[in-house]
Design a protein around this ligand. Structure first.
Ligand code: ATP
Ligand code: MG
Length: 137
């Protein structure tokens, strides 16, 4: 079975939406196999989102991700990467399908409640960024 890295972003942790978001993952058949609440530094957020460093929103994105605690988690299931992205909905909540996390909870294209890995290689990298082997069973 596949694993993917998910982050519940500061706009969602601030509004106590962790449980509602986790219920959507679990209802979709995704198992939460690791989870912790952390606060990133701006430098760590920049390292995590290095792929976006030339984008105009990079500063806004890294400041937002470091602004308050986040919940980082590993989700497991058949086709977990694609399934998670389906449950999240489109990046911009205005384009997100009804019932998706971003349609229901996201505040804007930047403050969009969740992150999910986009491919097997990035999922492996992103899981290793936050979790050690001992934390993953
Ligand atoms: P994520 O990588 O967070 O799961 P995604 O893959 O849907 O989201 P990306 O294109 O990888 O979207 O963008 C990463 C994040 O950068 C988005 O989730 C959002 O928080 C932020 N972002 C993307 N586009 C914009 C924008 N135009 N303005 C502000 N922030 C943006
Ligand atoms: Mg992405």
């Amino acid at each position: 079975t596949e694993r993917t890295l998910s982050i519940i972003k500061p706009d969602a942790t601030r509004r106590n939406l962790t449980g509602k978001i986790n219920a959507k993952f679990e209802d979709a058949g995704l198992r939460i196999v690791a989870q912790k609440r952390i606060q990133l530094t701006i430098a760590q957020a920049g390292e995590f989102y290095a792929v976006h460093k030339e984008r105009p929103f990079f500063g806004e994105l890294t400041e937002f991700m470091a602004s308050e605690p986040v919940v980082v988690q590993v989700l497991e299931g058949e086709g977990a990467i694609a399934k998670n992205r389906e449950v999240m909905g489109a990046t911009n909540p205005a384009d997100a399908a009804p019932g998706t996390i971003r349609a229901e909870f996201a505040e804007s294209v930047g403050e969009n409640s969740v992150h999910g890995s986009d491919a097997p290689e990035t999922a492996a990298q992103e899981i290793a960024f936050f979790f050690s082997g001992l934390e993953l069973v």
